[in-house]
Design a protein around this ligand. Structure first.
Ligand code: 13P
Ligand code: SF4
Length: 332
């Protein structure tokens, strides 16, 4: 028999009280899943807060790389995911493709000693491990600028994976030269060399959408996530990570209209009035949306029954190097 959302919430509450489980939910989750989260936040906040939590199980509602990051930072915890759905951007680069990207830099005359790789947290644990082994580190959209500023002090070329938009947006903000592998620009002349990955959700926003809203509502502010195309970010009034967008929008006067270029679920619950989504479509992240309340319940039930499902495991060597890459970021 199918339980209603209210019945599922009661059952989830009952199981939470009985078991040593913390439910963690990213801002992009469906509302009903987000509401049962004990810890909520953006990817950096979730990684940090979960590390300080002492429940035996972490039930992670998000996408695969996020659950992996929790496991890497806290290997003693048992991390289970109601859906091990992968972020489309993270799926664009695996270990072999990372090695090929390094070779592309070598072919342009840049030796390994002169490459400092940085991976956006939206990447597989194997890619994070390769980055860690090469002396590099992880960044998120909240701290990318700080990480890149520190990295540049080493006087090396930065290989930025997988998001070409975040890499180029940070370069533009910092007045640095960027190029994308394979886009015809001279990569040897760039400070930040980006892999050609992207987020299909954030590619939905365009400069035409911005013009549409500015014409329709003169005085409206435009706030976008740095995974959007560089032209979109350059045309925006504010560019920020998930938590930075939330802070910016919540601090606006109530009568100030704002249009936001990021994932639908987050924007929709942000502010009751005068807040618009920068698209005529509904920009939901398909994999974030895969997790349902029924899945959360089934995952808790499996723990209660003594046979946890969808548990995340990371082998020892990958764990070691990925942890180094993540901890280099945390240290900053
Ligand atoms: P945050 O790091 O802002 O949580 O973003 C994760 C993400 O997937 C954005 O699309
Ligand atoms: Fe990945 Fe884009 Fe979804 Fe974020 S919104 S999890 S980057 S596919």
């Amino acid at each position: 028999m199918q339980l209603s959302n209210e019945e599922l919430k009661k059952e989830i509450q009952r199981l939470k009280e009985k078991l040593s489980v913390t439910i963690v939910a990213h801002f992009y989750q469906r509302d009903e899943v987000f509401e049962v989260g004990d810890i909520t936040g953006d990817s950096l906040e979730l990684a940090k807060k979960t590390r300080d939590d002492d429940a035996e199980f972490v039930l992670f509602c998000g996408v695969g790389f996020m659950g992996q990051s929790v496991k890497v930072l806290s290997p003693h915890k048992r991390v289970v995911m109601p859906k091990v759905a992968e972020c489309a951007m993270a799926s664009m680069i695996n270990g072999t493709q990372f090695d090929e990207a390094v070779k592309a830099l070598n072919s342009a005359g840049i030796s390994n000693e002169n490459i400092l790789p940085i991976t956006y947290i939206n990447s597989d644990v194997v890619v994070k491990a390769k980055v860690g082994e090469m002396g590099g580190m992880v960044c998120t959209s909240s701290n990318a600028k700080t990480i890149i500023t520190t990295a540049l002090k080493e006087g090396k070329k930065i290989l930025f994976v997988p998001d070409r938009c975040l890499g180029q947006n940070i370069a533009n903000e910092m007045g640095l030269k960027s190029a994308v592998i394979g886009d015809g620009r001279d990569i040897a002349a760039a400070d930040i060399i980006c892999y050609d990955g992207f987020c299909s959700v954030h590619q939905l926003f365009s400069v035409e959408d911005i013009e549409f809203f500015r014409n329709k509502y003169p005085g409206i502010l435009v706030a976008t996530h740095p995974e959007c195309d560089p032209a979109v970010c350059q045309a925006s009034d504010f560019v920020g990570s998930t938590s930075q967008l939330i802070k910016y929008i919540k601090e606006l006067p109530a009568e100030q209209k704002v249009v936001v270029g990021t994932e639908f679920n987050m924007v929709n619950r942000l502010r009751p009035n005068n807040t618009y989504v920068l698209s005529s479509t509904k920009p939901e992240c398909p994999t974030m949306n895969e997790t349902t309340l029924q899945d959360v319940y089934a995952t808790l039930k499996a723990i209660e029954d003594g046979s946890p499902i969808n548990e995340i495991f990371v082998d020892e060597t990958t764990q070691k190097w990925a942890k180094i890459a993540l901890e280099r970021m945390m240290a900053l």
